[in-house]
Write a protein that binds this ligand. Sequence first.
Ligand code: SF4
Length: 192
Amino acid sequence: MRGWLFPYIRSRVLPGDFHPIVAYLFTEYKCNLDCHYCWAYDNRVKGMTEDVARRSIDWLYDNGAGVLAPMGGEPLLRPQFVHKVISYGAEKGFFVYLPTNGRLLRPEVIDWLADAGVATVNLAVDCYDQKPRLPKALVPIRRHFDYLVKKQYGYILSTSKTMRPTFAMRISRESRSCSTGSSRRIGRDTRW
Ligand code: SF4
């Protein structure tokens, strides 16, 4: 069962103290942007290997986690890798959401990740249009955002502390593929 409720309930009834619900898997340390406040990226560090990712997901699954988020840096710097992570997690039953700055989230990538089983895309922006040292903005990714809405894929538009409150969080409809669990399987390959 995918979603947040089941792992939460399981965390309350299982014996022991360690029951993670939401797991952030830092698959990538590199980033294609350079936000002035950011501490989270380092372009000298290599990303996670497939073996580590798969073993991490297995371990999280065995310990009851139900929500998985590939993180960075920018996870989409390696789209094929993150596709494998999403596919593997979704096949194990994780609710997978993808935080991204959206720059690499082209329509064909959106469809591809939907096929992999991503449940929600978390588009993180700091401002409507780019500002000095604040490149994470809506205008440069507007075409990608519009495509997400048009296809009714689930998305969350999140803002940081630097964002004006008039541009608050907005949560969409879930995509058809998410709600029915019957996403298309085109190009899907979970053989690592
Ligand atoms: S897009 Fe995200 S990871 Fe990249 S520099 Fe900005 S805040 Fe950091």
